[in-house]
Write a protein that binds this ligand. Structure first.
Ligand SMILES: NC(=O)C1=CN([C@@H]2O[C@H](COP(=O)(O)OP(=O)(O)OC[C@H]3O[C@@H](n4cnc5c(N)ncnc54)[C@H](O)[C@@H]3O)[C@@H](O)[C@H]2O)C=CC1
Ligand SMILES: O=C(O)CCC(=O)C(=O)O
Length: 409
């Protein structure tokens, strides 16, 4: 008798960090009811324990899926990042373990862009400071150091999905936009690309960071870069906490070099709302601090819940990996009366020929075969007209280079 895929009720989803209800609704509507839901992220040991029997895990930006954590999750087949950033997942380790990673690359970009524009307006008017003074019973009615954003220069670092939206919104409010990106980008509207970071820092009244966390962006803004900024300029960071040297930023604000800052992301963030937030920026009135909520709007979260849950369902239901961030992308057609097998293997010569030999030796007729590869992984889906026999399955699993092999239906 053939080995078949698990019943849906036995496929476990672990959803962390309070992902939106729309994710749960999407999974249950697709027949997946074995869902464990937590509002926070988990420390490593608890995460490993929870992942022991999970097939899918859904996270946001806080959960650290390191190589060690992934290697300790024997049943895990896919990760859903209910956000844009995927730096919290060791993508290479996941790929090597045959674990597919999905995210929602566009659904919260508008929310971040709106927040950034609002922060620019508030900081140019000194509102965070005036607000803090009012709360302490003071009254700071003054036009000193208060400016309109119209006519000011906004410097965007990282001109991708979010950076370009910020650019368009800023121009519609009358700002001049310049940007720095490692890739040559088509400027939108009247924006223009500058040649290097220092030029952007020298010319901007407001600098806004929209780069991913990578080795190159770590501590991209440190004491030297802050010194390059105009006096009284403003720094906005809604990208990742590791991009800015937060101690140096605190010094620049205290010394009066910078006019203000808005920071949404921090090098160390609390695991959940019950934990204390610690930062050298606490207590500095012209530092507008937000708890990593750039993408936290109802619109964005609902869309992200739907989008990522749908990707997990499609992968579980028929093996589709379209838009996966670490895996060859295979789009699979609707099926009827077929039995489908997924085979993930090292992309080395001979594996596909060994797979096809198993089919011919067992006299199995292939109805459809869908193959995609990247530098290191091959992902092939094979449809046949009869159930997979245990013998054929064992042979397929024992092919050298096999990372994962399972029958879907
Ligand atoms: N605060 C929040 O809640 C949110 C934060 N984010 C963060 O924002 C980041 C950016 O998001 P998207 O715009 O969607 O990403 P994206 O990938 O569309 O754009 C990133 C841009 O940065 C550029 N870039 C990469 N390395 C660079 C470097 N060293 N110097 C200059 N430019 C560089 C890229 O070429 C690209 O144009 C995400 O990776 C995530 O970390 C995203 C969503 C919500
Ligand atoms: O909403 C979140 O938890 C994380 C948002 C974010 O930083 C992202 O989408 O990359």
């Amino acid at each position: 008798m053939a080995s078949i895929s698990l019943e849906k009720s036995k496929i476990k989803f672990l959803l962390l960090e309070g992902v939106h209800q729309s994710a749960i609704d999407t999974l249950t509507a697709a027949g997946y009811t074995n869902i464990e839901y937590l509002k926070t992220s988990l420390p490593e040991d608890e995460l490993i324990a929870k992942l022991a029997d999970a097939h899918f895990v859904g996270i946001r930006s806080r959960t650290q899926l390191t190589a060690k954590v992934l290697a300790s999750a024997p049943k895990l087949i896919a990760v859903g990042c209910f956000c844009i950033g995927t730096n919290q997942v060791d993508l290479k380790a996941a790929e090597e373990l045959g674990i597919v990673v999905f995210n929602a690359p566009y659904s919260n970009t508008r929310s971040v862009a709106e927040l950034v524009i609002a922060e620019a307006i508030l900081l140019l008017r000194g509102i965070p400071e005036k607000n803090a003074v009012c709360h302490r019973g003071g009254w700071m009615k003054s036009a000193a150091d208060s400016y309109e954003i119209r006519g000011k220069t906004l410097g965007i670092i990282g001109y991708g999905s979010i950076g370009t939206q910020v650019s368009v919104l800023a121009e519609s409010l009358g700002m001049k936009v310049i940007f720095f990106d490692v890739v040559t980008k088509l400027p939108l509207g009247n924006a223009s690309q500058v040649r290097n970071l220092n030029e952007l820092l020298n010319r901007s009244d407001i600098v806004s960071l929209h780069v991913p966390e990578t080795a190159a962006t770590k501590m991209m803004i440190g004491p030297e870069e802050l010194a390059q900024m105009k006096d009284k300029a403003i720094l906005l960071n809604a990208s990742r906490g590791t991009v800015v040297d937060i101690e140096a930023l605190a010094e620049s604000l205290k010394s009066g070099k910078l006019g203000g800052t808005a920071i949404d992301v921090f090098p160390v963030e609390p695991r959940g709302n019950a934990d204390e937030f610690q930062s050298p920026l606490r207590g500095i009135d012209n530092a507008l601090l937000t708890p990593h909520i750039g993408g936290s709007t109802q619109e964005a979260q609902e869309n992200i819940g739907l989008e990522v849950a749908e990707k997990l369902v499609k992968y579980s239901d028929n093996g589709t990996t379209i838009t996966a961030v670490n895996f060859p992308e295979v789009a699979l057609p609707a099926h009827s009366d077929v039995h489908r097998l997924l085979h993930v293997h090292q992309n080395v010569p001979g594996v596909m020929s060994a797979i096809n030999s198993v089919f011919s030796e067992n006299n199995i007729n292939i109805l459809g075969q869908y193959l995609q590869t990247n530098d290191s992984v091959g992902y092939v889906v094979v449809d046949i007209d009869a159930e997979y026999s245990d013998v054929a399955l064992q042979q397929l699993k024992s092919i050298e280079g096999t990372m994962r092999c399972r029958v879907l239906f």
